[in-house]
Write a protein of this length. Structure first.
Ligand SMILES: [Zn+2]
Length: 512
């Protein structure tokens, strides 16, 4: 019998608030100068009093509502006492007995709790000297901690959970949740067992991408299986992840459970959630944007899009807005009502395959490309990388293509006035900032308009047939691949301006 992995996740996410959790210092993750966003409160000077940032509380409640969790009626902050250089007060303000949210589900995985706390300062250690530095800009930034029930059983499931939570946090605008920037941090608890009794738990820390989450879990399953099969025990410990070697390594062996001597902070007011107007359930629900699962359903029903496209649009607002805006433009066009489904998928194909690819190419050029696995997750990971480094030069700007312009391009392709290659070329020109008044004029200028005129094409095809009588005979004799040669002759004769599909149609018609 194989060992069954049991995995639980603990995920921290820095909340996107203007100020810190208990003071008015700025919450700015992009501040590069150390110790700029600090004040006597977050530096724990004697005699200072913290106050609760209601926006942070509101954001955690919104996450709770979005996952169908139970919002606490009573909540408070506790002191978690420990001494470390990155924690100026010698305790962290966190929530122990009364988390803001309990229960709820994400991707079918039950959530134990979500609570609110403050982030620690950032320490850096130099390798060449003995010094350590502490930057307190991050000290006191609102931090949400989400704990799942241990009911994840595969590496992929853990990765998918993390990605779905990230999507939810971004949709709610609760956190930017960039893994590489440490705005979202995942810790994995994993044990292997054969029966109902859970095995010894190992914790994996310092995972800064979803791929690292998946790879480290896969590694641990293999490592622990090997040990168990040799009859050796698993050590309860915290392990780190070495991205380059692709292995986990022992960081510290768990001794006694630390005693944090939690007790309610006497300086902060207790919160009776239902009595605070800003936390009113109905108002919060109404202010929430469309959630990922609802959007998935709607995209499937409204546009009959395939799953792959739906996932791309749920993750990529830029592409979705262009797609939906273009379809909306077309909806006003009565002539197309009957062709709506066909045109919608045409729009979607150009957005996902071409607009996105042109944008991607530019991102890749400046970042040296990224490894490939699945197109959807890759698009998401790449986008994340791109967001991190916004200074990279991007000449193909998606904002240059309006729904109206894309509509015009798609309709020219739909009517056969331009080829599909022509449409791709036009999209490239527009994205790269080529000036134009009308798409049709631009297509004409670039020689992309195809001739569809019946009379011209008829004459053209008659000409090909009389000039290639022997080829036509061979074709009739069964060499069907010669049809393509004849179409090619037509394109040559018309200097590329004829519509090849129309030529083909006419050839078949006339040869009989
Ligand atoms: Zn402060």
């Amino acid at each position: 019998m194989k060992y069954i992995p049991t995995i639980g996740l603990e995920i921290h996410a820095e909340l996107k608030t203007t100020t810190k959790m208990f003071c008015n210092s700025k919450n700015d993750p992009d501040e590069k100068r150390p110790n700029i966003n600090i004040c006597p409160i977050c530096m724990a000077h004697p005699g200072t009093l913290p106050t609760i940032n209601k926006d942070a509380v509101k954001k955690v409640i919104q996450v709770g509502l979005a996952i169908d969790g139970t919002i606490a009626d009573y909540s408070e902050f506790d002191r978690k006492n420990y001494f470390y250089p990155d924690i100026p007060k010698a305790y962290q303000l966190s929530q122990y007995e009364f988390p803001l949210v309990s229960g709820g589900k994400i991707n079918g995985v039950a959530i134990t709790r979500i609570h609110l706390e403050e982030d620690t300062a950032r320490s850096s250690h130099t390798t060449h000297e003995d010094d350590s530095y502490v930057d307190f800009n991050r000290a006191g930034v609102p931090l949400m901690e989400l704990v799942t029930e241990p009911e994840i059983h595969t590496a992929e499931q853990a990765g998918a959970f993390g990605r779905e939570l990230q999507l939810l946090l971004r949709t709610l605008k609760v956190s930017d949740a960039h893994m590489q920037k440490g705005e979202m941090r995942v810790e994995v608890n994993i044990s292997l067992s054969k029966g109902n009794q859970l095995g010894t738990k190992v914790e994996i820390k310092n995972l800064n991408s979803f791929r690292a989450v998946e790879r480290s879990i896969a590694f641990e399953i293999e490592r622990q299986t090997e040990l168990l099969e040799k009859g050796e025990g698993i050590v309860q410990e915290t392990r780190g992840w070495d991205e380059n070697k692709g292995i986990t390594f022992s960081q510290r062996v768990k001794e006694e459970a630390a005693d944090y001597r939690y007790f309610p902070d006497p300086d902060l007011p207790k919160m009776k959630i239902s009595e605070i107007p800003e936390f009113d359930r109905e108002i919060l629900l109404q202010s929430m944007p469309e959630l990922p699962n609802a959007k998935r359903e709607r995209l499937k029903n409204e546009f009959a899009l395939p799953d792959g496209a739906v996932e791309i649009y749920v993750h990529d607002t830029e592409l979705y807005d262009l797609f939906a805006g273009t379809v909306n433009e077309i909806k006003g066009d009565d002539a197309l009502t009957g062709d709506m489904h066909k045109v919608t998928s045409l729009v979607s194909n150009y957005v996902i395959n071409n607009v996105s690819a042109l944008r991607q190419e530019n991102a890749d050029e400046s970042e040296g490309g990224a490894g490939s696995e699945s197109p959807v997750t890759d698009a998401i990971d790449d986008k994340e990388d791109k967001d991190v480094d916004q200074n990279t030069q991007n000449t193909a700007d998606i904002r240059r293509i309006t729904p109206k312009a894309l509509k015009d391009i798609v309709l020219l392709a739909h009517s056969g006035d331009i080829s599909s290659n022509g449409a791709v070329e036009l999209i490239g020109l527009v994205l790269n900032g080529t000036h134009f008044d009308e798409i049709r004029t631009l297509a004409d200028e670039k020689g992309l308009l195809q001739d569809n005129d019946e009379e011209t094409l008829n004459a053209l095809v008659e000409g090909i047939l009389s000039e290639n009588e022997d080829v036509v005979e061979e074709y009739k004799g069964g060499k069907t691949q010669l049809l393509q040669f004849l179409v090619g002759q037509g394109m040559k004769k018309s200097k590329g301006s004829a519509n090849p599909a129309k030529i083909k149609e006419l050839l078949i018609q006339k040869i009989g």
